[in-house]
Design a protein around this ligand. Structure first.
Ligand code: HEM
Length: 204
């Protein structure tokens, strides 16, 4: 096996943003599905109020993250590409089980493989807006008439919000599974904690 070379990929704010977002989303799934009636944990009233507090924290975090991505140019990491896409898909469906080398080597300027670029872009432009727009509409249900949204149906908004929550849960499961497919079971998690990943050095 080729030697591993350390590279610094996840900057300090990025790691803070990633883990805070992960914690908030898991907490919101926990409180949200209690509001939904799936189980009883905090009690409906408290689950609902914790969910709303966490929602504002998440929206605040997203605003900072958007500002950071725009000012550092890191948003470019999410521009989709088809280059090497088939290679990466073949790796995750076959190569990973036969010990084939990973077809993508991250660098600081290109740290996401083509599958990650598409998945994270979908998260940012479809799933996240779907959950916050439906969530804010849900929260301000009493203001709909004043906003001229009287025709909206609460059950439709609740359904969209719940569907987005399920999509986020499915994303989370796939995401956590993929974190275990690095050089070791926890090497990707470690990279997101320390900022340092390891890539295979090309043989000289
Ligand atoms: C970021 C913006 C979000 C806002 C503003 C928001 C807001 C809300 C509001 C106001 C409710 C209704 C609570 C009540 O009736 O007392 C709700 C319900 C719910 N939320 Fe969120 N939420 C957000 C994010 C999330 C996330 C990230 C998840 C899960 C991953 C989630 C999952 C749920 C679920 C499952 C329900 C129950 C829906 C139902 O059965 O009607 N929410 N949310």
């Amino acid at each position: 096996m080729a030697d591993l070379k350390p590279i610094y990929v996840f900057k300090r704010f990025e790691r803070f943003w990633h883990w805070s977002q992960a914690a908030l989303i898991m907490f919101m799934a926990l409180t949200g599905f209690e509001v939904h009636g799936t189980y009883m944990l905090f009690g409906f009233e408290q689950a609902s109020s914790l969910h709303t507090t966490a929602a504002w924290a998440l929206i605040g975090l997203w605003l900072f993250a958007i500002f950071w991505h725009l000012t550092t140019g890191e948003w470019k990491q999410y521009i989709p590409t088809t280059e090497n896409m088939m290679g990466v898909m073949r790796y995750y469906s076959i190569g990973i089980f036969t010990g084939a080398p990973h077809p993508f080597k991250p660098t600081q300027l290109n740290k996401h493989n083509p599958m990650q670029r598409v998945a994270y872009l979908l998260f940012k432009v479809v799933m996240a807006p779907m959950i916050w727009i439906s969530g804010l509409l849900y929260l301000y249900y009493n203001a709909w008439a004043d906003w001229g949204l009287g025709e909206l149906d609460l059950s439709v908004i609740a359904l969209i919000h719940t569907a987005a929550a399920f999509m986020l849960l499915i994303f989370l499961v796939g995401h956590v599974y993929l974190t275990t497919t690095g050089h070791t079971l926890f090497s990707q998690i470690k990279a997101m904690i320390t900022g340092w990943d390891e890539v295979e050095e090309d043989p000289q």
